[in-house]
Design a protein around this ligand. Structure first.
Ligand code: HEM
Length: 340
């Protein structure tokens, strides 16, 4: 089975080495992810302080999830803060769906790539390994020279990384913050209150929320194409057949997960596929786990009585892009802040 890369226009297919993995190296490897923790904590804290200042109700996408996810990936890349709003606009244009949006998608891709090419040009001068302190862009540039990757392809990867890092993570944070105050454990406490009482469950709660909260409107990963006739799950595929991996269904497979519909923050065996699998599995998964974990820890600690401002059925879900998240999520929280 081959799979085309998620990076826009990347022509490589698995099992050929993934260009994203080649260029980013092990920057986001689980063992190295703690180096991003202080930045995630600082930004989360700043954003929560600003929520208190703004007062209830607060809107999660605009006031917390999007600025956090973009600030973290932008900071990791070493991009100037003033340029980050550009990626907001490009991300919205690039991910908007519908046949009439093709020109907009294309324009965003060209503009983002041109921006990144401008930043990378001066950095792609030699193949010396670069310290990550200079920002991921410098590491990518060094790897690109060493691997003889063109400026065009490198710029596309770098832009794709910012978009991939922002949209999905922000959507996960907003999706989790919709579910936690609105879902009750066995008809009792809300899941949010459970985390207030048991903050040490947060890492496993993040895994369980990833497993049970679909990340895209299509609930699927990138399509794969069969390179030869093969039988898959009892179905015979011919060479060239297209397969759409239904991640959300796999994450609720009763042969894999005990009581799959049950949200269990103490589930120990949780080999979900929220980040895909194989050569194109999510490159930023450790960062994508860290950000919601920090948000949940700080939010539940500082605002134990957080609740939805509107009734759950009044929350409207995003239809502009393929990423699944509440279009707006209003919470009441600041009035209940605990002393720090
Ligand atoms: C909760 C947040 C996230 C989710 C649910 C998510 C999910 C995924 C999934 C399912 C794939 C694989 C697609 C497939 O197999 O077809 C993927 C790939 C990818 N993700 Fe993520 N992701 C998240 C956050 C991030 C972050 C923070 C970054 C960057 C720092 C990132 C960068 C990438 C890249 C570069 C790929 C393509 C890898 C390749 O093609 O080799 N993602 N992501």
């Amino acid at each position: 089975m081959v799979q085309s890369c998620r990076i826009p226009r990347c022509t490589r297919v698995a099992p050929a080495p993934c260009v994203a993995g080649d260029l980013v190296g092990n920057a986001f490897a689980p063992a190295r992810i703690d180096r991003y923790r202080p930045a995630v904590e600082r930004l989360t804290s700043r954003l929560l302080d600003a929520l208190v200042q703004a007062g209830d109700p607060v809107e999660v996408n605009e006031q917390l999830a999007l600025p956090l996810a973009l600030g973290v990936i932008g900071g990791a890349m070493g991009l100037p803060d003033d340029d980050l709003p550009l990626f907001r606009t490009w991300g919205d244009m690039f991910l908007s769906t519908g046949a009439d949006r093709a020109a907009e998608n294309e324009r965003a891709m060209l503009e983002m790539s041109a921006y990144m090419a401008g930043r990378l040009g001066g950095l792609m001068v030699d193949a010396e390994p670069r310290p990550e302190e200079g920002g991921l862009l410098t590491v990518i540039a060094g790897n690109a020279v060493r691997r003889r990757t063109s400026l065009e392809e490198t710029a596309l990867l770098a832009a794709g990384l910012v978009i991939a890092g922002r949209e999905t993570t922000a959507a996960a944070i907003a999706g989790f913050l919709f579910r936690l105050p609105t879902t009750r454990k066995d008809g009792g406490e809300t899941l949010y209150r459970l985390l207030v009482a048991h903050p040490h469950h947060i890492p496993r709660a993040v895994e369980e929320l990833l497993r049970t909260t679909p990340g895209t409107a299509f609930e699927s990963a990138q399509p794969r194409r069969a390179v030869r006739a093969v039988e898959l799950g009892g179905v015979r595929l011919r060479e060239g057949d297209l397969v759409i991996p239904a991640i959300d269904r796999a994450n609720r497979d009763p042969d894999v997960f005990e009581e799959p519909e049950h949200v269990d923050f103490q589930r120990t065996r949780n080999s979900h596929l929220a980040f895909g699998s194989g050569p194109h599995a999510c490159l930023g998964a450790p960062l994508a786990r860290l950000e919601p974990a920090v948000v949940l820890r700080e939010l539940t600690r500082r605002f134990p009585d957080t609740r939805l401002h509107h009734a759950p059925h009044d929350v409207v879900w995003n239809t502009v892009t393929s990423i699944r998240h509440p279009a707006a999520l209003w919470l009441d929280l600041a009035s209940s802040e605990r002393a720090r």
